[in-house]
Write a protein that binds this ligand. Structure first.
Ligand SMILES: CCN(C(=O)c1cnc(C)nc1NCc1ccco1)[C@H]1CCCNC1
Length: 338
């Protein structure tokens, strides 16, 4: 139902509360891809049919085959993107991309090499950056900007719902052009994005329980729909983990599941409001053969200046707070997720 005049909500799949992705098509006839709708980047890339057979991560995902698309336009410019977690290299192509029922002619990257870490663990094929144009590599106009210039959206916004429990269906939802009242209660609280043209805001502090522990003098928070966890400066996160009695092992911070119910809430002071995460919001409780494992969904990540130091609020935050990204007013709105 295109209730948002021209767009249909895109249902997302929730993989273990750590990866959320939805389907887009590229080319004619349509080639389907699962992509992360990522406010932390601004380019679209998918694996390429011409990726090297040695790139395992490429070979285990859907790949775009230019020769099978009658609307493909050659480009060939080199492309490479570096994430903290891995990198992607390839070349540019142009073709018709359909997102939420809206077709756009889009320049995107065909990935010919994907770092095994982390992409062999990716359930998604590629990434569709929902960031601002000024962070787009090669100066490519991002998908959402191409959609806005078609003037089909009721409002120049998009909204994201992430379910908290993989058993819920849908695992999440992306709405282009509005919000979906089925997935939030109460009203939105808005805050201006910083002038840098990124989905980031000024945070006024991070409290643990009743005590303000970090960022008391103010810091930057990036709202990143493409990150699983919350990251903060390594020193701050390690202090936070010590406070809650978490131990760091090779796959992140863990706590004894017996202590979970007594853990303090962690509160992010944003835009004059306090956004608290309780233990069930920030603990990933996994029942495994050798017993229950309770992972803390915080990671230390030192982003070098001038971008950093920053906190990144990812999927575990968005699952609790339904998020509206407003390009018209350069602001982000949070409402309590259902
Ligand atoms: C997509 C690349 N990202 C990941 O953090 C990432 C890496 N590797 C795997 C396997 N998954 C990732 N994210 C899963 C996910 C989906 C939705 C929420 O989290 C980040 C890189 C920085 C910009 N923002 C996105």
């Amino acid at each position: 139902d295109d209730t948002n005049n021209g767009t249909v909500p895109t249902p997302l799949i929730n993989y273990l509360d750590t990866q959320y992705y939805g389907e887009i098509s590229i080319g004619s006839p349509a080639q389907m891809f699962n992509v992360v709708f990522d406010t932390g980047s601004a380019n679209l890339w998918v694996p390429s049919q011409s990726c090297s057979p040695f790139s395992t991560a490429c070979f285990t995902h859907n790949r775009y085959d230019a020769s099978r698309s009658r609307t493909h336009v050659e480009n060939g410019t080199g492309f490479s993107i570096q994430y903290a977690s891995g990198n992607v290299r390839g070349f540019l192509s142009e073709d018709v991309v359909v997102v939420g029922g809206i077709p756009v002619v889009q320049v995107f990257a065909e990935a010919t090499s994907l770092s095994a870490m982390p992409f062999i663990f990716a359930k998604f094929d590629g990434v569709l950056g929902m960031g601002y144009p000024n962070v787009a590599i090669d100066g490519i106009t991002p998908v959402f900007d191409r959609i806005m210039s078609q003037h089909v959206l009721k409002e120049e916004v998009f909204s994201v719902y992430y379910s908290r429990d993989p058993k819920h269906s849908p695992g999440g939802e992306l709405v282009l052009g509005g919000t979906d009242p089925n997935y939030y209660t109460g009203s939105f609280n808005y805050m201006e994005t910083r002038e840098t043209g990124k989905w980031e805001v000024t945070m006024k502090g991070v409290s643990v329980g009743m005590e303000m522990m970090f960022c008391a003098e103010g810091c930057t928070a990036v709202i990143d729909t493409g990150s699983s966890y919350i990251t903060g400066p390594a020193s701050s996160v390690s202090m936070l983990m010590k406070t809650i009695g978490a131990q760091l092992d090779e796959s992140g911070y863990k706590v004894n599941c017996d202590t979970v119910k007594k853990l303090p809430s962690v509160t992010f002071h944003l835009g004059g409001q306090e956004y608290s995460l309780s233990q069930e919001d920030y603990i990933l409780w996994q029942s495994q053969i050798e017993g229950d494992v309770c992972t803390v969904t915080f990671r230390g990540l030192d982003v070098p200046p001038p971008t950093g130091p920053i906190w990144i609020l990812g999927a575990n935050f968005i699952a609790r707070y339904y998020t509206e990204f407003d390009r018209r007013n350069n602001r982000i709105g949070f409402a309590t997720a259902v």
